[in-house]
Structure formats: structure tokens, C-alpha cells
Design a protein around this ligand. Structure first.
Ligand code: ZN
Length: 183
């Protein structure tokens, strides 16, 4: 039995830059993400990562062979049940859906709207660099649709190591400038 620990998400800061051209000014916007601290339960993270690994065994990936599993707990689910999903490929390729979106669709269809923790395991790319086992752009935007700032929705990316629970990011670090409709 392990207790909760405080997870630190460090601040990110980048200054703006302006380049003058004969036809006008080009701007690179600044970016400031505040430090965040969130309480997490290591046992829950391990369970979720393991559930994601197991879910990858149920992937339908006959074309890429790149099996991916995802496991999800929703913040607005008082039972904190674990949803699981896997990538489901299609012969048209374009109709393929990633593991992250299959699991988010299940949780959303069950009536929940706010991600607490989403674990993803690319079981054919464990131990690879982070970019090889991270959510794709479409999934990041889908995660954004169901994310919250306080407490921040977390994404746990399986690194395949037994002594590392995984790489953890919130949406500000996973998808800066996520598209949102102004309320
Ligand atoms: Zn994806």
C-alpha cells in the first residue's frame, strides 16, 4: 500500500521573438506555463499503465503491427473505474482509430467529460524515444477536448522500464496552443 505523492510539473517559459521583413513583421509568440503540483497515487499509475499494456494485446493492428493500449480514469467519475482501449486499424488506413481515442470515446459515451489520468502504452516501441511512443496530434486534440486545468489532466506514457512508472505530461506540455472555441 503506497500513499499519494506530490507530482511536480515544472514551469515552462519561452520569450517572444520578432523578425522584421520588408513585407511586415513575423512574430514568434511567447509561452509561459506555470509550475503545477498535483497529488497522484503511484499504485493507481502502475495499475493504469499495466491496464494499458494489457489492452494493447487486444489491438486490431494487422497492417502496422504497431499495437497500442490505453487506460483511462475520468475525474468526474466518482467510482474512478478504469476504461481501456486499443488501436483499431482499417483496411482503408484512413478509418483507423488510435487507442487514446477509442478509450476516450468509451468514457465520453458513459457520460464522463474530464480526464484524470490517461495512460498509453505503445508496446512495440517501449524503451524508444518519447516521440516514438507519444500520442499523435489528432489524439492530443481529442485529449484537449476532455482536459481540465485544475487539477490538470495527466497523460502517462509507458517507457517500458520497470523502475520508471512512465513519462508524465499535462496538456500544456503535450499540446501548446490546443485549438479551443472561446466560451
Ligand atoms: Zn492518435
Amino acid at each position: 500500500m503506497t500513499g499519494k505523492v506530490e507530482l511536480l510539473l515544472p514551469a515552462v517559459a519561452r520569450s517572444a521573438a520578432v523578425t522584421e521583413t520588408p513585407l511586415g513583421r513575423l512574430t514568434v509568440p511567447s509561452r509561459a506555463v506555470p509550475e503545477r503540483r498535483v497529488m497522484v497515487d503511484p499504485q493507481e499509475l502502475v495499475d493504469l499503465r499495466n491496464a494499458a499494456r494489457s489492452a494493447a494485446d487486444r489491438a486490431h493492428a494487422p497492417y502496422s503491427k504497431f499495437t497500442v493500449g490505453a487506460a483511462l480514469i475520468m475525474a468526474d467519475d466518482p467510482e474512478r473505474r478504469v476504461f481501456t482501449g486499443a488501436n483499431v486499424e482499417n483496411a482503408t488506413y484512413g478509418a483507423t482509430i488510435c487507442a487514446e481515442r477509442t478509450v476516450i470515446a468509451q468514457a465520453a459515451a458513459a457520460g464522463f467529460r474530464r480526464i484524470a489520468i490517461l495512460a498509453v502504452s505503445c508496446t512495440k516501441a517501449l524503451h524508444a524515444r518519447l516521440a516514438d511512443r507519444s500520442p499523435c496530434g489528432i489524439c492530443r486534440q481529442t485529449i484537449a477536448e476532455f482536459s481540465t486545468d485544475v487539477p490538470p489532466s495527466l497523460v502517462l506514457i509507458d517507457s517500458g522500464d520497470d523502475d520508471v512508472l512512465g513519462d508524465v505530461l499535462d496538456l500544456d506540455r503535450l499540446l501548446p496552443y490546443a485549438f479551443r472555441i472561446a466560451p
